[in-house]
Design a protein around this ligand. Sequence first.
Ligand SMILES: *[C@@H]1O[C@H](CO)[C@@H](O)[C@H](O)[C@H]1NC(C)=O
Ligand SMILES: *[C@@H]1O[C@H](CO)[C@@H](O)[C@H](O)[C@H]1NC(C)=O
Ligand SMILES: *[C@@H]1O[C@H](CO)[C@@H](O)[C@H](O)[C@H]1NC(C)=O
Ligand SMILES: *[C@@H]1O[C@H](CO)[C@@H](O)[C@H](O)[C@H]1NC(C)=O
Ligand SMILES: *[C@@H]1O[C@H](CO)[C@@H](O)[C@H](O)[C@H]1NC(C)=O
Ligand SMILES: *[C@@H]1O[C@H](CO)[C@@H](O)[C@H](O)[C@H]1NC(C)=O
Ligand SMILES: *[C@@H]1O[C@H](CO)[C@@H](O)[C@H](O)[C@H]1NC(C)=O
Ligand SMILES: *[C@@H]1O[C@H](CO)[C@@H](O)[C@H](O)[C@H]1NC(C)=O
Ligand SMILES: *[C@@H]1O[C@H](CO)[C@@H](O)[C@H](O)[C@H]1NC(C)=O
Ligand SMILES: *[C@@H]1O[C@H](CO)[C@@H](O)[C@H](O)[C@H]1NC(C)=O
Ligand SMILES: *[C@@H]1O[C@H](CO)[C@@H](O)[C@H](O)[C@H]1NC(C)=O
Length: 436
Amino acid sequence: MAAMKSLSVLAALLTWANALDNGVGRLPAMGYDTFNAFSCDYTATSVLGQAMAMQQRGLVDAGYNILILDDCYALRNRSANGSMVADPSKFPSGIPAFSKQVNELGIKLAAYGDNGYETCAGYPGSYGRELQDLETWHSWGMSYLKYDNCYIPSDNITQKGEYGRYTRMADAIAQFAAKTGESPFLFSLCEWGWNQPWVWGKKLSQSWRIDGDIKPYWSAIAAIIDQVSFQYWSSDFYGHNDMDILEVGNTGQGSPPGNLTYEESKSHFTAWALMKSPLIIGTDLSNATDETFEILGNLDLIKINQDPNSGESISPFRWGVGADYVSDPNHPAEYWSGNSSYGVVFMILNSQDTNATMKFNLTESWAIQAGRQYSVYDMWQHKETGIAVRNMTFDLPPHGVAALLLNDAGPEPSYLNGSCALYYQCAFPNGTYISN
Ligand SMILES: *[C@@H]1O[C@H](CO)[C@@H](O)[C@H](O)[C@H]1NC(C)=O
Ligand SMILES: *[C@@H]1O[C@H](CO)[C@@H](O)[C@H](O)[C@H]1NC(C)=O
Ligand SMILES: *[C@@H]1O[C@H](CO)[C@@H](O)[C@H](O)[C@H]1NC(C)=O
Ligand SMILES: *[C@@H]1O[C@H](CO)[C@@H](O)[C@H](O)[C@H]1NC(C)=O
Ligand SMILES: *[C@@H]1O[C@H](CO)[C@@H](O)[C@H](O)[C@H]1NC(C)=O
Ligand SMILES: *[C@@H]1O[C@H](CO)[C@@H](O)[C@H](O)[C@H]1NC(C)=O
Ligand SMILES: *[C@@H]1O[C@H](CO)[C@@H](O)[C@H](O)[C@H]1NC(C)=O
Ligand SMILES: *[C@@H]1O[C@H](CO)[C@@H](O)[C@H](O)[C@H]1NC(C)=O
Ligand SMILES: *[C@@H]1O[C@H](CO)[C@@H](O)[C@H](O)[C@H]1NC(C)=O
Ligand SMILES: *[C@@H]1O[C@H](CO)[C@@H](O)[C@H](O)[C@H]1NC(C)=O
Ligand SMILES: *[C@@H]1O[C@H](CO)[C@@H](O)[C@H](O)[C@H]1NC(C)=O
């Protein structure tokens, strides 16, 4: 008895220390969310337009396969038996029928809900009705839940912090899966980074928002990247920092209008993909530009985001403009690298408002081997661009990005005479330093 008990305590501790691995959400989610483009102003027709564009423009083939109905799909009042009711003016044929239409395009509908009495826009919240609402969403063909944090019960009722409040739905998801025998809902926390979800989020969920709502301006994108430079370590298989819905495509849209440049939009998408954030489209695709489709459909970056063998995010090895390890929302870290199945990944970001010449030594990255040269593949030009020896130098436009994949191309050239890239302590066998 005692032995059994300590074994199960040990098992519980092991589970506690690792990410929640219940079989879903191993890789970052990819899909669409109605919020950034439509807020509450959508109908079955406009949402179906998004799904059709995703399918027709190759985004479903690229991996975008969920469609989150964000806030405002329901009536404000629940039915007599307490269940949520889809708004018939938005979904005249009901959500189950709509769900089937979307499925035919290779996409699955996903749910939005809220941890409190009401959603942020004042529709029914799920506090106290977690299982009942999971039943409803399941009957609508959904198995993914984005869970918001508005109108939460007062502290004297919950007597819990964010972790405890979100545990209610995590437990309901596990209970519901046990009951149906189906895979658990993928659980996506939207509590805006309160109470450090990058620390505990992976115990309950597959992704956690790290910040408040994104905006379609560079200052917002740069601030999120700055935050990840201190939280990148949290993303790996089965658990991901959620950097929020993409703003790619929203230039000139909304009020005040979005104003990301093409270069800024590329930097935005590069960071989200390589930092292993969920990639959730948030623009009206029914009339999006070719540039928008080009960025969202960058298969080289999506391949790294969805790497089946390497779950880790890129990490900064040098901040650049600012001092290392110092937060600056205007000048986030500029020099990043990481490992992947396809080579060593580099992201070089020009955080300045002017053109800049960017330089780095290869061995500044932990993932590079000293004494080797590397072939360089550019993930925006989609081609090999040359061989890198020791260092790389290139010019980037304001807020521009380079996304590179480096692969071993043999020993360094002999003209380097075996000198060390980092010469401190580099010595001959007789103990004399090699100074270069
Ligand atoms: C919704 O519920 C509220 C509160 O119970 C009630 O006052 C209101 O009349 C209901 N609205 C509808 C349309 O049933
Ligand atoms: C609850 O009411 C809704 C709407 O009237 C109905 O569709 C649903 O089947 C009911 N659920 C149960 C469990 O009775
Ligand atoms: C919690 O506090 C609120 C606001 O002061 C009060 O109205 C309510 O009765 C309290 N509830 C409990 C369960 O103590
Ligand atoms: C972009 O728009 C935001 C919000 O209106 C504004 O604060 C910012 O100055 C604009 N940036 C540029 C470069 O125009
Ligand atoms: C798409 O159409 C909407 C509605 O007419 C308009 O507001 C928006 O600017 C258009 N988007 C683009 C990228 O042209
Ligand atoms: C990089 O990732 C690949 C794929 O998982 C793995 O085989 C390789 O050992 C990793 N390299 C390093 C240096 O971690
Ligand atoms: C930045 O570089 C581009 C391309 O070389 C050039 O056309 C542009 O004039 C430069 N801008 C500034 C402010 O130097
Ligand atoms: C790059 O390498 C050169 C030559 O070893 C060295 O002088 C320089 O300080 C290095 N730069 C960085 C940022 O490590
Ligand atoms: C870059 O590496 C080359 C060898 O390929 C070396 O000649 C040059 O001095 C290095 N530059 C810097 C800035 O380290
Ligand atoms: C390598 O050795 C040759 C011959 O001594 C010398 O001319 C050359 O400068 C050395 N190269 C480097 C990079 O030190
Ligand atoms: C140690 O070995 C190096 C390389 O062979 C040589 O240049 C150097 O003179 C030696 N130092 C001593 C103190 O023997």
